[in-house]
Ligand binder design. Structure first.
Ligand code: 5AD
Ligand code: SF4
Length: 471
């Protein structure tokens, strides 16, 4: 048994990262058995789940969306805010009932939450029906843990970051749009954020391996890839080779996949060269997610974000000037400890200045072990909720304003599947990452088609396929 230890995780390991081949253990022990996998949290977790699906598939399992039908349940958890935590424990209640009826059910809990010592301890003491507890650094070992599972609980979570594995057998959720990990972990240590503890120090993948994966995806017909990392702009800073994100973006663009995206960007590591490359290549999409977090320089300093309000605005304006038609979205936290009315108004001022295309907004949630969680906070939750509401109204106003600019325009849309808006409607994304519900595109899943925008809303656009007439 290996219990994670937050203090241990805080001490950066000087151990050199090893680049290894994934184990991809194959067995037919679980042929005809089914897995139920539930993923919480960010795109990184979604992509980790594609790896978990690969591991489960290699052991003979097939997927079911019905919990009651499953022989193994895997929860891939998130620790970023308290509510993610509550959802997982709520769901475990349902799993406990099922386990009473199905004694052989294998229950696995992994992901960011289990990297917290307190969670692993809680699972050990109060949730003995959970068979396997694994973390973010040892997903590669999950196959072996499952093959060895017995009725005792096995906790195998490493505190110090793991190695980088290549050649994983992913089962990707889409045949048209793929996630490509370019790095693991984060070295920024924003004071409110749990990620550097749960995912460890930054480890970039070797550029050759990323390029190999992208070329393979192109061969398989993928129309879009999204380069994935907690802070993609810092790509390569931990490698001896001297590569940076600008080099990676150039090399990836030249492979010729129709659409290249990347998340998430940190303003501090965003260079002019990166902006030029985004502007230069038509297949690098004009869409950037650029978290602001706060508009107050005071709060930004307390958050450890390494930029001022003015520096953010300068970068924002530079991107807007140099990348034609760019759409920029952001993340904002309200109610950081002791955020004053004045601080909050500065956030609103930046929002009014930037008029973001969209934003994810959050009330600050203290995370165990982070520096910000030790700050005593005097601001009432009611005030924080009010600030969130005011902020959301502004964000929605600008989102709608941008969407209205699309009316009657013809946009290139990658159709990804059926729309929730009706049986005959399909949906997809513009180059600028606007969701479009499209009439008359039934056979176009996986294709980039021209769509005329016929109506605009706050969170989506409606459109119809442009039928090309051959003369
Ligand atoms: N409380 C609230 N929001 C947080 N985020 C990260 N940590 C916290 C926290 N402790 C938000 C940030 C980040 C996004 C992924 O989640 O805005 O960019
Ligand atoms: Fe967290 Fe900051 Fe790293 Fe983003 S850049 S993952 S907010 S520590």
């Amino acid at each position: 048994m290996h219990l994670p230890n937050l203090k241990e995780a805080k001490i950066r390991s000087n151990k050199e990262v090893k680049y290894l081949e994934a184990s991809n253990i194959k067995s037919d022990k679980f042929k005809n058995k089914r897995y139920f996998l539930k993923t919480y949290g960010c795109q990184m977790n979604v992509h980790d789940s594609e790896e978990i699906k690969g591991i489960l598939g290699n052991l003979g399992f097939s997927e079911t969306n019905t919990l009651e039908e499953s022989d193994i349940v895997v929860l891939n958890t998130c620790a970023i805010r308290e509510n993610a935590h509550d959802k997982v424990f709520g769901f475990l209640g349902r799993v406990k009932h099922l386990k009473r009826e199905k004694k052989d059910l294998i229950v696995c809990v992994g992901g960011c939450m289990t990297q917290q010592e307190s969670v692993a301890t809680l699972l050990k003491e109060k949730y003995p029906f959970v068979n396997i507890v694994f973390g973010t650094h040892n997903i590669n070992d999950l196959g072996k843990l499952i093959l060895d599972a017995n009725n005792k609980q096995e906790i195998e979570v490493y505190s110090i970051e793991g190695n980088v594995y290549e050649g994983m057998d992913y089962v990707r959720d889409s045949k048209y749009s793929a996630w490509v990990n370019i790095m693991y972990g984060c070295d920024k240590f924003c004071t409110y954020c749990i990620v550097p503890y749960t995912r460890g120090k930054q480890r970039s993948r070797k550029i050759e391996e990323i390029i190999r994966e992208v070329k393979e995806l192109k061969k398989q017909g993928y129309q879009e890839i999204t380069l994935l990392g907690q802070n993609v702009n810092a790509y390569g800073k931990d490698l001896k080779e001297g590569y940076d994100f600008a080099t990676l973006l150039t090399k990836t663009a030249e492979i010729g996949i129709p659409r290249i995206r990347f998340v998430t960007s940190h303003p501090w590591d965003f260079t002019d060269e990166m902006i030029d490359i985004i502007a230069k290549y038509d297949n690098v999409m004009p869409y950037i997610h650029l978290p602001l977090q706060s508009g107050s320089t005071n709060i930004l300093r307390l958050m450890g974000r390494r930029y001022t309000k003015e520096e953010y605005l300068t970068l924002y304006n530079k991107i807007k000037e140099r990348v034609p038609n760019v759409s920029i979205t952001t993340d904002i936290i309200v109610g950081f400890p002791n955020e004053s009315e004045e601080d909050f108004n500065e956030t609103l001022e930046v929002v009014n200045n930037c008029k973001f295309d969209g934003a994810f907004t959050f009330i600050y949630s203290p995370r165990e072990g982070t520096p910000a969680s030790k700050i005593k906070d005097s601001v009432d939750i009611k005030i924080k909720e009010k600030r969130l509401q005011i902020l959301n109204e502004k964000i929605n106003e600008y989102s709608l304003m941008h969407n209205k600019e699309y009316l009657d325009k013809i946009e290139k849309v990658l159709i990804i599947g059926h729309s929730e808006k009706g049986l005959n409607k399909m949906c997809g994304y513009t180059e600028t990452m606007k969701l479009v519900n499209v009439d008359g595109a039934i056979d176009d899943i996986g294709k980039i088609i021209d769509v005329k925008i016929t109506a605009t809303k706050s969170f989506s656009l409606d459109g119809e396929k442009v039928i090309k007439v051959n003369n």
